[in-house]
Write a protein that binds this ligand. Sequence first.
Ligand code: SF4
Length: 462
Amino acid sequence: MATEGTAAAASAACIEERQHSIITSRKGNARSRIHCTDDSLAGAVSQRACVYCGARVVLNPVTDAVHLVHGPIGCATYTWDIRGSLSSGPEMYRQSFSTDLREQDIIFGGEAKLAACIDEVVEKYRPPAVFVYSTCVVGVIGDDIVAVCRAASERHGTDVIPVESTGFISGNKVVGYRAAAEALMRLIRPKEGEVVEPSQKVNLLGEYNLGGEKWLIERYLREIGVEVNVAFTGDSTVAALKQAPGACLNLVQCTGSMHWVAMSLEREFGTPSLDVNFFGAENTAESLRRVAAFFGDEAMAARTEALIERETARIAPFLRSYREKLAGRRAAIYVGGAFKAVALIRQLRELGMEVVLAGTQTGKQEEYDRIGELLDEGTVIIDDANPAEIERFLLETGVDVMAGGVKERVLAYKLGIGFVDHNHDRKNCLAGFDGAVRFADEVATAACSPVWKHLRRARETG
Ligand code: SF4
């Protein structure tokens, strides 16, 4: 049975076991609990990717590393273009490497082939590090990638890092984020005799430099007087990541993917962390103020206020004109991480829009509580949705535009609904003050396109 307050939404679940994963927002103490952070239900057609993909999206932006997929060639389709991450230098991350396991390897084991592949890429490219990703079949046949990587590291005197991301170990790609976090910690933990000097710089966690977003945030921080040490992992290099323990603060943007790295850096090196969110003008301003407050420097606080005032004034006329077009229109959100959902709700509401559906693939209870607080009472909130559920809510709530990932795009278009891409494979910068204007422009273009009117007329007459 669904609990009180969730019954109406839950009755829309296509599969009975999913009824607790769909709730309606309620305020204060009456908040609804949602079933989340669990494995996806078998047969429910989850839109989450696999564990290996979760690890790959976190690590792939390390620009000068070799990313070697130990598995059948199909797994290697998750490659550079699953991230719109840009590089200011090395391009190694855009190459795709796979051990291309075949039937013989599945029967007799793939360890020798993996060792040979590592030798080949190291000899040919001399990378500063090789990430070796485990996939489903590697878990089934039991290849010991940790031992193979250790031996290869000793053989070549370079970091060969196992990423234990066997696809089937969980029905939740968050487990892949954890595998990536463990791989990153193996890489950056100073080895015997290595010393990382402490600095007043900050690490930027959960920032992947999609469309150059890291560069934009870095510019804001530099203007207020804060230097970025390294981003995890957008536009990062192996050498820069190894300096991570020297930072005085970790700014955590995508908490879903970087929660474990932040915890590990705090536990092992005592680095505190601060949540930030650079999507939307309000979030950007709040985040900059939070960073300035951490340093407790009056001159920095003054520079921060000057930056916020200047940028807010500069973009205000643009946002006003988009608000005139969009006020009263309805929006739906279905994205991977909850931090992004929170940012999108705020941005869409700033544009005068009504958010009638909000969901994520990997949100946690406290994040759903925050989402519920931002939404109007009774708004549908959904965890780990499937296309049938999304379709039903899009149609029932009369949505004008949906913000989501690549898998929702086709669904929205088929239903005659505008779509805005906020996925990790996009190539446009949506962060900061300029990103807020670009996002508003994309929403207005998608929601107000005349094509939807013609489509509806064709349906009515057809
Ligand atoms: S790791 Fe498994 S689920 Fe992921 S792409 Fe490879 S075979 Fe598919």
